[in-house]
Design a protein around this ligand. Structure first.
Ligand code: APR
Length: 243
């Protein structure tokens, strides 16, 4: 049976690479981008998540990110985040969690071997000197933050449409997926590059590819197993011994 095979592969694998998207945080009450009620509904990404939008109206962009920051700090990691942190504990150095999410919930769930490909809305980055610093607690936060090092204005430390990802982070993610024995792709519509190619790269390199998503995605035909369910249910099925 496919699920038994997937469980055995996951149990035996020394090298496991995981990619998560907004779907893994949906059960923490954080809306996804493209589903019904998604974050982009009512907004156009071009109006908020691009360098041009920020240059045009930094206060508007910071208002949107401050609202999302308040939202994610009020949210709690859900069982999917917790199970992935447990899986990391079991796999150690052979494990890497690559996330497209900027909500910081994997870190709050205890994951440490994490690559935040698109950055994090819990941090700001100085436009002048590039210094990064965490945002103050939401109730003590008045955007825009000021750089503690040079006094310059700071922007959200996230990757906007049209911007390049951190080359070192992307290289680390690609290495993990191309050497993984098992690749897990959870809660992503698999349409935004370059993250969307990680699952394909793993498959092409011989990994056993598992997807968890209530909806099919462009990756589904490639997956050895595609669980049509939520992140927490799918991980409970694959990792029955977790909390
Ligand atoms: N469990 C698992 N998956 C879920 C759940 C759930 N409970 N609920 C929804 N999903 C799935 C949806 O079916 C969809 O395929 O999560 C996916 C969310 O897709 P998107 O909203 O497109 O989010 P994501 O794939 O992370 O977007 C990638 O696009 O807008 C940019 O930078 C942004 O990082 C984001 C990137």
């Amino acid at each position: 049976m496919e699920i038994q095979e997937a469980r055995r592969r996951l149990e035996d694998a020394r090298r496991v690479a995981v990619l998560t998207g907004a779907g893994v945080s949906a059960e923490s009450g954080i809306p996804t981008f493209r589903g019904a009620g998604g974050l982009w509904e009512g907004f156009r990404p071009e109006e908020l998540a691009t360098p041009a939008a920020y240059a045009r109206d930094p206060e508007k962009v910071w208002r949107w990110y401050a609202m999302r920051y308040t939202q994610v700090m009020a949210a709690e990691p859900n069982p999917a985040h917790l199970r992935l942190a447990e899986l990391e504990q079991r796999k150690g150095d052979g494990f890497l969690l690559v996330t497209q999410n900027v909500d910081g919930l994997h870190l709050r769930a205890g994951s440490r071997r994490v690559v935040e490909l698109h950055g994090s809305i819990t941090r700001a980055r100085c436009e002048r000197c590039g210094h990064r610093q965490p945002l103050p607690p939401p109730d003590a936060f008045t955007p825009p933050p000021v750089c503690e090092r040079c006094g310059g204005r700071m922007r959200p430390d996230v990757v906007w449409f049209g911007e390049f990802l951190d080359a070192e982070l992307l290289a680390r993610a690609e290495r993990a997926f191309m050497t993984a024995e098992v690749a897990l792709v959870i809660g992503t519509s698999a349409v935004v590059e370059p993250a969307a190619s990680l699952g394909r790269a793993a498959k092409a390199s011989g990994a056993y590819l598992i997807e968890i998503n209530p909806e099919p995605t462009p990756l589904t035909p490639l997956a050895d197993l595609s669980l049509r369910t939520s992140a927490s249910e799918g991980l409970k099925t694959l990792l029955p011994t977790g909390s």
